[in-house]
Ligand binder design. Structure first.
Ligand code: SAM
Length: 400
């Protein structure tokens, strides 16, 4: 079938309309005429994949990665970096507008590295070959490289034959010092050639939660802070951009502030905040990450932090402190109702909301604007060329 693409949805898919139905088309850009085949049909929408671009957008170019069409991870591989940012900005503008949050200026922070930025990739292994599952499916796409991964990870991918596994999955993490943590899931015990250890800086190899080599963690040094990160703990995937976010938000905090760092992970923001403010209280669901956060505070000689393990929605309502400022950096699902309720019934001077999902961010902002005013909103391109963005909003208590 042929379609004309009006604009992009928040997942970076082309939107077209047929009578009362919305049609989402993967691999299509605004203004294009495409031939597409149906993938899925629901009551109010249909999902298609562009099979032929009949009238290409002026912005379309040859993708920067030879695997992008098959793997689908880099939704904007077929446009320039500058244009990918414009599309991402338009998506957020659209989301804000649809939720009645208009006249908000969106600033953009581009990524210093447009490729070779990701410090963590997760691959499938099939028939001793590495690859990704095609976006939204279980179709295996073999790859020889992933150009958005850090150079140390790309070098390892060239030597992946030094690891023998028939079927399974591998997550490769790295730090600024090119050290690599390999996390393997497989029914068979993986075998490694000695050359792997000789050629690459292997911080650790973990197989089904068992540490086979060195340590089940790595260290990351950023901005004179040292972070221990366990294999299971979250860490910001594009550290240049994470550092940019921190640089922008830290001036909001003052010496006398008591700050909640909700969804604190290994304490990435908590430690930076602890160097400035009176007290930082972090909450995080992952026990390994909370152990890391507690350890990281003492490793960096910071004594004004306390960390609580559990769900923010369960712990937050019971905490006795009176924070002056709150930083939230939730998972894609955004803030739970109980968390929004606490924020709406307390009088916090300032909330910094960092989000990796603009859809849930906008949903939560809409609610929070009952009591808080959005002072700034900035798109940080944490994940260049993919459909993902990081957005940071600063909110202040409304003056009555
Ligand atoms: C986007 S990460 C942010 C981590 C941290 N702020 C950082 O910069 O490294 C979200 C974190 O929320 C944690 N998490 C997910 N659901 C949670 C919940 N209901 N309560 C507390 N933490 C949660 C995850 O384990 C993850 O560490």
């Amino acid at each position: 079938m042929k379609f004309h693409i009006e604009k992009l949805d928040y997942e970076g898919r082309g939107i077209s309309r047929e009578k009362d139905k919305v049609i989402f088309i993967e691999g299509a850009l605004p203004g294009e005429e495409v031939e597409a085949s149906k993938i899925k049909e629901e009551k109010h929408f249909e999902l298609y994949k562009a099979t032929q671009i009949l009238k290409p957008a002026l912005k379309r170019r040859t993708p920067f990665c030879p695997f992008s069409k098959e793997c689908g991870g880099c939704t904007f591989a077929m446009v320039s970096y500058e244009n990918s940012l414009l599309y991402k900005k338009a998506i957020i503008e659209d989301l804000l507008k649809h939720n009645g949050l208009e006249h908000i200026n969106i600033e953009i922070a581009s990524s210093p590295k447009q490729t070779g930025y990701r410090n963590k990739i997760s691959l499938k292994i099939h028939d001793n070959q590495i690859g990704y599952y095609k976006e939204g499916s279980h179709d295996f796409v073999p790859i020889a490289n992933c150009l958005i991964a850090l150079p140390a990870i790309q070098n390892l991918l060239e030597d992946v034959s030094l690891i023998t596994i028939q079927e399974g999955a591998i997550t490769i993490r790295s730090n600024n010092n090119d050290e690599l943590l390999l996390i393997i899931e497989s029914q068979e015990e993986p075998k490694f050639k000695e050359e792997l250890i000789q050629k690459h800086k292997i911080a650790g190899i973990i197989w089904n939660e068992k540490c086979l080599y060195n340590s089940p963690f790595f260290f990351e040094r950023l901005d004179h802070l040292l972070y221990k990160v366990s294999a299971e703990s979250f860490f910001q995937v594009n550290t240049d951009i994470a550092e940019q976010i921190a640089k922008d938000i830290l001036p909001f905090f003052k010496k006398e502030d008591i700050v909640y760092d909700l969804y604190c992970g290994v304490g990435y923001f908590s430690l930076k905040l602890a160097r400035i403010v009176k007290q930082v209280i972090g909450i995080e669901i992952n026990p390994k990450a909370i152990l890391n956060a507690t350890y990281n505070a003492s490793l960096n000689n910071l004594t004004n932090t306390s960390f609580h393990v559990g769900k923010v929605e369960e712990i937050l309502p019971k905490l006795p402190y009176k924070p002056s400022k709150v930083l939230v950096d939730p998972p894609r699902s955004g803030l739970a109702k109980q968390v929004l309720d606490v924020l709406l019934t307390s009088s916090i001077n300032q909330i910094i909301y960092i989000s990796c999902n603009p859809k849930t961010l906008v949903r939560d902002l809409k609610k929070l604007t009952e009591k808080y005013e959005i002072k700034s909103l900035k798109l940080y391109d944490m994940f260049p060329f993919t459909k993902h963005v990081e957005v940071c909003a600063s909110l202040e208590l409304k003056k009555c």
